[in-house]
Every structure is written in structure tokens, then in C-alpha cells.
Design a binder for this molecule. Sequence first.
Ligand code: HEM
Length: 181
Amino acid sequence: MMGVVYTTFMDMVAERFSEDVLDEVLDDPGLSTGGAFTSVGYYGHTDMIKLVVRLSQITKLPVDTLIEAFGEHLFGVLVGKYPTLAEGRSSSMELLEVVDTAIHVEVLKLYPNAELPEFRCERLEPSVLHMEYRSKRPFSRLALGLIQGCAKHYGETLEISHESFDSEEQYETHFTIKRIQ
Ligand code: HEM
């Protein structure tokens, strides 16, 4: 995973919990880097899982809740960092529909070794989007948080239901996203 994802996570932990909690999280002997992450580096995604699991142990909050909150926060940071990628999209549905076909395509041009999931989208009704997540990495909860972050960005309320179909080959989650207002 890109270093920017790690540094964003670290900033969020320091901000929402404390520097002490962050130090404790990074003190995990199982981390491949000895707890050092920079925004320009590239690190295996298992380190991210270890960090979230450790944060969950320290804060006693569920892993899913933490990773979702991180996704929500990450969306704002990504849009701030790459504003042109969200340009011209005037609602969350419009943006979500092009994550796979435009946004992540551009990300891959900028960072050829980025590891991105695959999304298939179908607009079932003007205000209902079916979105299928597939990845080699188990980050569907991060996707859920990113979708929520997207809703927040546009000041919308989305009702999101999801169901997972993980297999030996891949992680797969189907989201049904309904715009309430
Ligand atoms: C302007 C908007 C967005 C930008 C610039 C962006 C960019 C990125 C970047 C840089 C990564 C890290 C790749 C790596 O570490 O190798 C990433 C990963 C990811 N993105 Fe996006 N993204 C955006 C929106 C979204 C949205 C709205 C979703 C969810 C629907 C999403 C789902 C994901 C997921 C789940 C991953 C983790 C990798 C995986 O699951 O395999 N992204 N994205």
C-alpha cells in the first residue's frame, strides 16, 4: 500500500486518539518496517491490517469500525491531494460510478505499482447504485468508509447495505447504495 495511506492513518490516530496511542500502535514487533512509514514509500498491505488490529486492541473498538472510520477520513485526504480526479463529478453517485473506470485508472498512471481493487457498477434507479468490490486484499470495509466519506464530501445521506462473497481467490463485496437526500 502507498505510503500516503499509512501516513494518513497515522495522522488520524494521533488526532482522534493521541500521540501515545500512535506510538503504541507503531511499537508492534510484527511490522515489516519496524514501525517507520513515509508518504513516498510503499509497504505491504498486511502492515495496515496489523496496525488496525493493534489499534483495536488498544482502544477496544471493533476493527471494522476503525477501518470504516479510516476510509471516511481517507476519502477527504485523497480528494484534497488529487482534486482534479473528482472534478466535474457533482454527486456521490457520479463519482462512485467512475472510481474504477477513471479515478483509479489515473491513480495507476501516476503510481504504476498501486494495488487497486476492481469495481463493477450498475445504476439500478436514478438514486440507487449497485457496486461490486473485488480485490486480492481484504479492504471492503475500507471501501464502505470511502463511500461514506464520498457522501459526506457531497453533503448527501446514503443508505448502504452490503453482502460479502469472499472465496479462496478473492474478496468480494456487493454494495447497494441508495441516496436518501
Ligand atoms: C478521488 C477519489 C479517490 C482517489 C484519488 C483514490 C485513490 C486511491 C489510492 C491512491 C489508493 C492506494 C493504492 C495503493 O495503496 O497501492 C486507493 C486504494 C483503494 N481505493 Fe481508492 N481512490 C478514490 C476513491 C475511492 C472510492 C470512492 C472508493 C470506494 C468505493 C475507493 C476504494 C479503494 C479501496 C477499497 C482501496 C484499497 C485497495 C484494495 O481494496 O485492494 N477509492 N485508492
